[in-house]
Design a protein around this ligand. Structure first.
Ligand code: HPA
Length: 237
């Protein structure tokens, strides 16, 4: 049974959205994932070009949809997927900039906790700080899959930053000194929305650039690293 629900940003036209959704930043990546890894897939969203697909992987229903870049964009899509379409497991599959010397290009990182410079959480008016964490259930499963495949993963805190081109050159160092593994821009709103609604979220990231060495991946190399991450993410369906 497809959904008859719609929002200003997601109009599925009767196509179902699965309880587990993989969330790359790039909508064309969502298309690539559907075409490459899913069986019997159908497109459920084209609004603003933010492509979403539902199909099956090893017989299990799974969706994949782009989120765009940054916390506000991720905030809109994850909120609607959770609160309108009933999504229960939201798995971001993205890239990040490494911030520690023991992390190499193409390594896979599981974002156990998310530190942030975003004020997305201010809306909840909590009388103190709140630790933004991934779903332990998804994190444990992802680690188990990685172990079974013999894939190394780094697990720890990541930084969700609202600024890609930062004016202050000392900015990164302060977070590095606190042991942050890497920086990306979407985990804050994903984790907040999931925590508030009592559903599961996890960020699985591959290192696309290194903030200490200045190294960057090429497009082809990114594809290989991306496949490593996908092999973990798809098993979480
Ligand atoms: N900064 C923020 N987000 C990112 C980066 C980065 O260096 N690399 C990939 N996503």
């Amino acid at each position: 049974m497809g959904t008859t629900k719609e929002t200003p940003h997601i109009k599925p036209n009767g196509v179902e959205i699965a309880e587990t959704v993989l969330l790359p930043g790039d909508p064309l990546r969502a298309k690539f994932i559907a075409e490459t890894f899913l069986d019997n897939y159908e497109c459920f969203n084209e609004v603003r070009g933010m492509l979403g697909y539902t199909g099956t992987y090893k017989g299990k229903k799974i969706s994949v949809m782009g989120t765009g870049m940054g916390a506000p964009s991720m905030g809109i899509y994850s909120w609607e997927l959770i609160n309108v379409f009933g999504v229960k497991n939201l798995i971001r599959i993205g890239t990040c900039g490494a911030m520690q010397e023991n992390i190499e290009l193409y390594d896979v990182i599981l974002g156990m906790g998310s530190a942030t410079d975003s004020n997305f959480g201010d809306q909840f008016n909590l009388p103190g700080q709140f630790p933004l964490t991934a779903s332990f259930e998804l994190l444990e499963k992802a680690k188990k899959v990685a172990d079974e495949k013999g894939q190394k993963v780094h697990i720890g805190n990541i930084l969700s930053s609202d600024v890609f081109y930062h004016a202050d050159p000392t900015y990164i160092k302060k977070w590095q000194d606190m042991g942050i593994l890497s920086v990306e821009m979407e985990s804050v709103s994903l984790y907040w929305n999931a925590i508030q609604a009592g559903v599961n979220a996890l960020c699985i990231l591959t290192v696309s650039d290194h903030l200490i060495t200045g190294e960057q991946t090429t497009t082809e190399e990114r594809q290989t690293a991306f496949t490593k991450m996908m092999e973990i993410a798809l098993e979480l369906a």
